[in-house]
Write a protein that binds this ligand. Structure first.
Ligand code: MG
Length: 151
């Protein structure tokens, strides 16, 4: 069993949908990024890549490559799962933002990521107590850990 950590952050931008864990969350702003900017799925991908020793998301899907422009991050996650020698055991992630309130959307994110990974998924959400860039509502951060059974 091997464990990996992932972290990602994206800033809010007007005129984009907010996609978290493959789920569209109603909000007046989305996240800026080369792909769909799904900060949760990106952190999960990096945690899985870390556990498997396969580099990081920027190496596997370079943001200079037009192929990934507007990419569905769940599709990227599928690709990464295809690179693994064994099953993902579990993923635990924490989203950090002030708005929107994510609690009501967690079950949908868990369901989506469970369907894709076939692993035990936990998605948690917290605020940054008004401090720093997250506190000012400039964007969303996410941390994740993943365990992969490589034996
Ligand atoms: Mg990202």
């Amino acid at each position: 069993m091997s464990v990996g950590i992932g972290y990602d952050s994206h800033r809010f931008a007007e005129g984009r949908p907010l996609i978290l864990g493959g789920v569209e969350v109603p909000h007046e702003k989305g996240l800026a990024g080369h792909s769909d900017a799904d900060v949760l799925t990106h952190a999960v991908i990096d945690a899985i890549l870390g556990a498997a020793g396969l580099g990081d998301i920027g190496e596997v899907f370079p943001d200079t490559d037009p192929a990934w422009e507007g990419a569905d991050s769940i599709g990227l996650l599928h690709t990464v799962i295809g690179m693994l020698r064994g099953p993902i055991v579990n993923v635990d992630a924490t989203l950090i933002c002030e708005q929107p309130k994510l609690g009501p959307h967690r079950p949908a994110m868990v369901a989506r990521l469970t369907a894709v990974t076939d692993a035990r998924i936990s998605v948690k959400a917290t605020t940054n107590e008004g401090m720093g860039w997250i506190g000012r509502g400039e964007g969303i951060a996410c941390m994740a850990v993943a365990a992969v059974d490589l034996d």
